[in-house]
Design a protein around this ligand. Structure first.
Ligand code: DLL
Length: 432
């Protein structure tokens, strides 16, 4: 029988009432963790009468998790823990996240909900091209694929030729992959003379785990002839599956019966209006081993106002627009790496990879953007290459409001990672 999920059809009122009940339980459970005993003093589950009452609770930060390592946030006896993951997130020292058996099952349900919303069924062959191991990307989707009943191929990341061979041989129809790595796969297909549109059967691709632009998703869609769905998550909540894009591709639905979302101004910590960007702050509603209250993700996104045509009333968020900690201040101007990607990938001649380097010669900030071109563009004569460099430079200038240096490279020249891409090298501190 096809796996299904009733919670997806909850009304707004039902979601609010489920959240109040679960938030009360979460407070009671979190109190068992040493790190929350003091913080939650004086707060009673009865103080929660609406989801907005979450604002009566204290925040939790990555620094708090680090200070509580290894077991300060553990709310169950260790014998109830069946797995741990270990995450550095995007920056900094790693922290442990623990799961009970039920936590793992509910995590699989969240991811499965998103996969169903993208049209995945038990007839699909699902190739999971994310790292298995301490990183949550691989195992997080693996059990969801099996829950739905897909033939699930635990391909892991890397070994691109073998990945393509698997897709070809087993007719993989659904992929889960880091977005920058998806472009690499297309590049290798090209080199091997494989046309993904004719020779592969991919129809749905889940991407996530790192910031990426709409333009990048459209390139992956065109390359594979498939629909790309964005999936957001972080190890501290579980991993992938906190919010996923449905077939309408108009934002990511948060699993609101598992996570309570706030979008706050990162300075005032007051809620922003729907449509306005702010920091995503999340409270787990069902997690047993490690409930987290008002966890400050540092990810920036906005709530998408209005109803989604897919029918789900679970709130939608935009793609991640940046992080409060990846903002670069260059020549006094705030710059997010995502703006660079957006500008570059709107240019046809630009290939699949770019790297931003910052240094400070003669005490002045300099931003250099190394860009790989497509094979065809790179083969052009010097005059046309110079004109192209100037066009890219101007495009970046108007997007970022600062002058930048542009270097053009041949395809494959810049370093690639099979995990999360490293896009920014900031050498300014070393030059003080
Ligand atoms: O990256 C979980 C995940 C794996 C999500 C696979 C989706 C797919 P962490 O390693 O703890 O967990 O890193 C979490 O990655 O706070 C974001 O900054 C970033 N991130 C995750 N998904 C997206 C996305 C996993 N779809 C951190 N878009 C988060 C942009 C993302 N950034």
């Amino acid at each position: 029988m096809q796996y299904s999920d009733d919670a997806v059809s909850l009304s707004r009122d039902e979601i609010a009432s489920v959240q109040v009940g679960l938030l009360r339980e979460t407070i009671a459970r979190a109190r068992r963790a040493p790190a929350y005993q003091d913080r939650l003093q004086g707060i009673s589950p009865d103080d929660i009468r609406s989801p907005d009452d979450v604002r009566k609770l204290p925040f939790t930060s990555k620094e708090d998790l680090r200070a509580g390592m290894p077991c300060g946030f553990l709310a169950v006896p260790m014998r109830d823990v069946v797995r741990m993951h270990y995450s550095s997130g995007t920056t900094g020292l790693a922290t442990a996240v623990y799961h009970t058996r039920d936590d793992l099952h509910r995590w699989a349900q969240c991811v499965a909900r998103g996969m169903l919303a993208g049209g995945v069924t038990d007839e699909d062959v699902f190739q999971n091209m994310m790292g298995y191991g301490l990183f949550t990307g691989g195992l997080g989707f693996h059990y969801a694929g099996e829950l739905i009943g897909c033939m699930t191929i635990p391909a892991g990341s890397g070994n691109t030729e073998r990945q393509i061979h698997l897709m070809h041989t087993f007719g993989s129809s659904v992929l889960h992959i880091i977005p920058s790595y998806a472009l690499r796969v297309l590049y290798v297909c090209d080199g091997e003379g494989i046309d993904p549109l004719r020779e592969l059967s991919v129809r749905v691709i889940y991407v996530g785990g790192e910031p990426h632009s709409d333009q990048l998703c459209r390139r992956i869609e065109d390359g594979f002839g498939a629909k790309v769905h964005n999936c957001y998550g972080l190890s501290e909540m579980c991993g992938p599956g906190v919010a996923m894009e449905c077939a309408a591709q108009q934002g990511l639905h948060v699993c609101e019966d598992h996570f309570l979302l706030e979008v706050l101004d990162p300075d005032s910590l007051e809620p922003v209006e729907p449509g306005e960007p702010g920091e995503i702050v999340l409270t787990t509603l069902r997690r047993e081993a490690m409930p987290l209250i008002r966890y400050r993700t540092r990810d920036i996104a906005h709530v998408i106002p209005g109803d989604c045509p897919c029918g789900s009333r679970h709130v939608r968020v935009s793609r991640i627009e940046g992080r409060t900690d990846d903002m670069l201040v260059v020549k006094g101007v705030n710059v997010y790496p995502m703006q660079v990607e957006r500008a570059l990938l709107g240019i046809d001649e630009v290939g699949r990879n770019y790297v931003i380097t910052l240094d400070r010669p003669a005490d002045l900030d300099r931003m250099t953007i190394a860009v790989e071109l497509t094979q065809q563009a790179f083969a052009d004569d010097m005059r046309r290459l110079n004109a192209l460099r100037e066009r890219i430079r101007r495009r970046l200038h108007s997007e970022l409001d600062i002058g930048v240096e542009v270097e053009l490279h041949e395809p494959g020249a810049l370093p690639v990672t099979e995990g999360k891409a490293v896009r920014v090298i900031d050498r300014r501190d070393q030059e003080k």
